[in-house]
Design a protein around this ligand. Structure first.
Ligand SMILES: NC(=O)c1ccc[n+]([C@@H]2O[C@H](COP(=O)([O-])OP(=O)(O)OC[C@H]3O[C@@H](n4cnc5c(N)ncnc54)[C@H](O)[C@@H]3O)[C@@H](O)[C@H]2O)c1
Length: 259
């Protein structure tokens, strides 16, 4: 049995914990949960206890937790599955996590996907353009640093408003809560400085929509995602927890698997 320890038992972690405890992933069992606030029957109160009970640790707690514990998990020889991918927009953290020796580092694809075909295309030849347009409910995109006219258009307008068009690195800094999918696409393809990001606030949409486009010598690709929000955290797509469960299932190495 693969022993799974969990850091963070919020919108994503609680679903992962529940489903693992229900036997949703054959060959994996939940053995410990570490959360600063939420209580759980398998709750432990320090990282060492978590590590002694885990073959793989799932980080589903946030950027701070990854900064605090990520390197230590790998250095203990325990595998680490990262869900807060946006934290890797910090080059220093990314380098430290990659360089740490011990357990394997897994990056969860989370709320989007399709990287298998994009990475295959990159082996054929360089991808010249990679872009993502994220469309969100207009009110959810308003920020205090935006010009007043833009804030007004987002608050009361009837038309979509494009609030950002630039490189992924800047998007991750300006919209940190939207950084996960942007960071995942950047890390899987051409990097934070070459992925173009557009952010659109649309008064008509209720779900978050991501459209990824990429082109190169291998072909032209368009991937579209429209995710329902988690009932526990409107900023998190509900499917993300199930991406974690799918990843744990793949780590268990079932006899038949998509690769
Ligand atoms: N990769 C993706 O596509 C994707 C999608 C959505 C969310 N996320 C990221 O996943 C993470 C979790 O999202 P969520 O919606 O479950 O968040 P959440 O706020 O609902 O839950 C986070 C939980 O972690 C706990 N926590 C925070 N810091 C901790 C620490 N240092 N040690 C232990 N526990 C700690 C909190 O008490 C909370 O219970 C966030 O970083 C979010 O940005 C990634």
């Amino acid at each position: 049995m693969l022993r799974v320890g969990l850091i963070g038992c919020g919108a994503i972690g609680s679903v992962v914990a529940r489903e693992l405890s229900n036997g949703a992933v054959e060959g994996a069992e939940l053995t410990a949960v570490f959360d600063l606030v939420v209580d759980h029957p398998l709750q432990i109160d320090n990282l060492d206890s978590l590590l002694s009970r885990s073959d793989v640790v799932v980080e589903a707690a946030g950027h701070g937790a990854l900064h605090e514990h990520g390197v230590a998990v790998r250095e203990s020889g325990t595998d680490l599955l990262v869900v807060s991918i946006g934290a890797l927009a910090d080059d220093d953290l990314e380098a430290r996590l990659r360089q740490a020796e011990g357990g394997r580092l897994y990056l969860c694809t989370g709320a989007i996907g399709g990287f298998d075909i994009l990475r295959a295309a990159m082996l054929f030849g360089p991808l010249e353009e990679v872009a993502i347009t994220s469309t969100k409910p207009a009110v959810a995109l308003s920020r205090p640093w935006m010009e007043q006219a833009v804030q007004d258009a987002l608050a009361g307008g009837s038309e979509p408003v494009r609030v950002f068009d630039g490189p992924a690195r800047e998007a991750c800094a300006l919209f940190p809560e939207s950084a996960n999918v942007t960071a995942t696409l950047s890390l899987a393809t051409v990097g934070f400085d070459r992925v173009r990001v557009q952010m659109v606030g649309d008064p008509e949409v209720t779900r978050v929509r991501h459209v990824v486009t990429a082109s190169g010598v291998a072909g032209t690709y368009k991937l579209s995602f429209e995710n329902a929000a988690s009932p526990d955290n409107p900023r998190t797509s509900a499917v993300t927890a199930y991406s974690v469960l799918r990843a744990i299932g793949d780590i268990c190495r079932p006899p038949v698997s998509f690769l």
